[in-house]
Ligand binder design. Structure first.
Ligand SMILES: CC(C)(COP(=O)(O)OP(=O)(O)OC[C@H]1O[C@@H](n2cnc3c(N)ncnc32)[C@H](O)[C@@H]1OP(=O)(O)O)[C@@H](O)C(=O)NCCC(=O)NCCS
Length: 416
C-alpha cells in the first residue's frame, strides 16, 4: 500500500483543516475555525497533528494530544485521540484503523502509557483496544429538591477574583490527585476551555479555616427558548462533606430563577438519595410498570493502555498483599503488549517483566479493552470474569485482585 503515516508539517494545516471540515460539517466550524483549532486548540497544536498520506495527498488526519491523566493518584502521560478524520473518498477500507495503529506506535515512542478519547461509536474503538471508562447519572430536577443547609450555604461565594480562580484550581488539583481517577492534569490552556465563558458562573465553598474546600461551575442555558431553559452544572468538586452540602444547598437556593437544573452525578455520589424526589420530569422517559425513571445513564470517555509494562509499573494498588500473576493480553494492534507477562504485586505496586516460565499464583487472560477498563477503575476484575470478558484459572484470587485494583469510578470533566 502506498500510504504513509507521520506528523503533519506546518504548511499542511490548510489541507488538514479541509479534511476536518469534511468529517465534521458545521455552519460555525469553517476552514478558518479548523486552522485556528488545529494550531491553538486548548489541549494541543501542530505538535499533536498526525496525518495519513497517499501519493502526495493527505487522506486522513487526527490529533494525538499530549495529556496527563490522573489514575489512582498518579499523573500518567496519555495520548488524547481527537478530530479523527478520513477523506470521504477513502472510508471503510481500514484506513482509520491503520492510521491509529501507527499513531499508537508514535505515542508509545514519545512515552505515552495510555490513550483516552470520546467515541463517535464505542464499538469502533473497542476493536482498537479501547474500553468505556466513565459513567454519569444525569438528573433533571427543580433546584428545590436538593437539600438546603442554611449554615453551609453561607460559605459559598462567587468566583470573581484571580485568587478565587486559583482556589478553584487548587481544589481541582487536590481532588484529581487524591480523590478521583480519570481527571486530566489541567494546563492554563485547558482551564480556559472549561471556565471563563460569559454564560458561565462559578462558586467556591470556603471552609472554616479559610481554605477553599469545593467549587462548582454552572452554565446559564439562556440560549434556549424560555420554557426549555435550565441551569447546567458542568463541574462540581469537593474535598469535604461541608463543601458538598454547601454546594448542594447553593444550587437548591436558585429555584426562583431556574425551573430546572441538569446535574450529572458521579455513580458513587449517591445523589438520588440526597434529593427529596429522585424522579425525572413526568413523561420525559418511559417508566416500567410501577417503576419510575430516575436518571439518564450517560457514558463518554474511553481509555486504552498503550504500554503494558510501563502503565502497570506506574499504577498504584490498594493492597499490602503479595502475589504473582501470569498476564496474557490479547492486543491486536500493539503486539508488544501481548506478553505473557509476569506481574509481581508487592508493596502496593506492580513489577512487570516478560514471563519466562515458573510458578505463579494465577493466570489472568483478557483482551486489551477489558484490561484498560480494569486499569482505570471502570470495571472490577470479578465483573470482567463474571461477564465472560476475562478468564482466571484460580478464582480464589479474585478477591485480592478486586481489592488491589479498586479506585473510585473514573470521571473526566474535560472535552477534547
Ligand atoms: C469514523 C471514520 C474516522 C472511520 O474511518 P474509516 O477509515 O472508514 O474506518 P475503518 O475503515 O478503519 O473502519 C470502519 C469500518 O469499516 C470496516 N472496514 C475496514 N476495512 C474494510 C473493507 N475493506 N471493507 C469493508 N469494511 C471495512 C471496519 O472494520 C469498520 O467496521 P465497523 O463498522 O464494524 O466498526 C470516518 O468515517 C470519518 O472520518 N467520519 C466522520 C468523522 C468522525 O466521526 N470521526 C470520529 C471522531 S471520534
Amino acid at each position: 500500500m502506498s500510504e504513509t503515516f507521520r506528523p503533519a508539517l506546518p504548511d499542511e494545516i490548510p489541507e488538514v483543516a479541509r479534511l476536518e471540515a469534511h468529517s465534521f460539517p458545521s455552519t460555525t466550524r469553517t476552514h478558518q475555525w479548523w486552522e485556528n483549532w488545529l494550531v491553538h486548540g486548548p489541549h494541543g497544536g501542530l505538535e499533536s497533528l498526525w496525518v495519513a498520506e497517499e501519493r502526495g495527498r493527505l487522506i486522513g488526519a487526527c490529533q494525538l494530544l499530549w495529556l496527563r491523566q490522573w489514575i489512582a493518584g498518579v499523573a500518567m502521560p496519555v495520548m488524547g485521540l481527537a478530530s479523527v478524520a478520513i477523506a470521504p473518498t477513502h472510508r471503510r477500507r481500514g484506513l482509520a484503523g491503520r492510521m491509529l495503529t501507527a499513531g499508537f506506535d508514535h505515542a508509545r515512542e514519545r512515552g505515552d502509557v495510555g490513550s483516552a478519547l470520546y467515541p463517535f461509536r464505542a464499538s469502533f474503538y473497542e476493536q482498537l483496544g479501547y474500553g468505556l471508562a466513565g459513567e454519569a447519572h444525569q438528573y433533571q430536577l427543580p433546584p428545590g429538591l436538593l437539600p438546603d443547609d442554611k449554615v453551609e450555604r453561607m460559605r459559598v461565594r462567587l468566583v470573581d477574583t484571580p485568587e478565587d480562580e486559583a482556589a478553584m484550581r487548587a481544589v481541582y488539583a487536590e481532588a484529581s490527585q487524591r480523590l478521583q481517577s480519570g481527571q486530566l492534569d489541567r494546563t492554563a490552556r485547558s482551564w480556559r476551555n472549561s471556565w471563563g465563558g460569559e454564560d458561565q458562573a462559578a462558586v467556591v465553598y470556603w471552609g472554616e479555616s479559610g481554605q477553599a474546600e469545593g467549587y462548582a461551575i454552572v452554565r446559564y442555558r439562556a440560549d434556549l427558548p424560555i420554557d426549555k431553559r435550565f441551569l447546567e452544572v458542568e463541574e462540581r468538586v469537593w474535598l469535604t462533606l461541608g463543601a458538598q452540602k454547601g454546594i448542594y444547598a447553593w444550587l437548591s437556593s436558585l429555584g426562583d430563577q431556574w425551573r430546572e437544573l441538569v446535574y450529572r452525578a458521579h455513580p458513587e455520589e449517591g445523589f438520588g438519595d440526597r434529593i427529596s424526589e429522585p424522579r425525572l420530569p413526568l413523561l420525559s422517559n418511559p417508566g416500567w410498570g410501577l417503576w419510575f425513571p430516575s436518571a439518564t445513564l450517560l457514558r463518554g470517555p474511553m481509555f486504552r493502555v498503550l504500554d503494558v509494562p510501563e502503565a502497570l509499573g506506574m499504577r498504584s494498588l490498594h493492597t499490602d498483599e503479595e502475589m504473582t500473576l501470569r498476564l496474557d493480553v490479547d492486543d491486536e494492534q500493539v503486539q508488544e503488549n501481548r506478553g505473557p507477562w509476569r506481574v509481581r504485586i508487592e508493596g502496593g505496586r506492580m513489577e512487570v517483566e516478560p514471563y519466562r516460565g515458573g510458578a505463579v499464583d494465577a493466570t489472568f487472560s483478557l483482551p486489551m479493552d477489558t484490561l484498560s477498563r480494569i486499569f482505570i477503575g471502570a470495571l472490577a476484575p470479578w465483573q470482567a470474569v463474571a461477564g465472560g470478558l476475562a478468564h482466571i484459572d484460580r478464582p480464589e484470587y479474585m478477591k485480592t485482585l478486586d481489592h488491589a485494583w479498586a479506585v473510585p469510578k473514573p470521571w473526566t470533566f474535560d472535552k477534547f
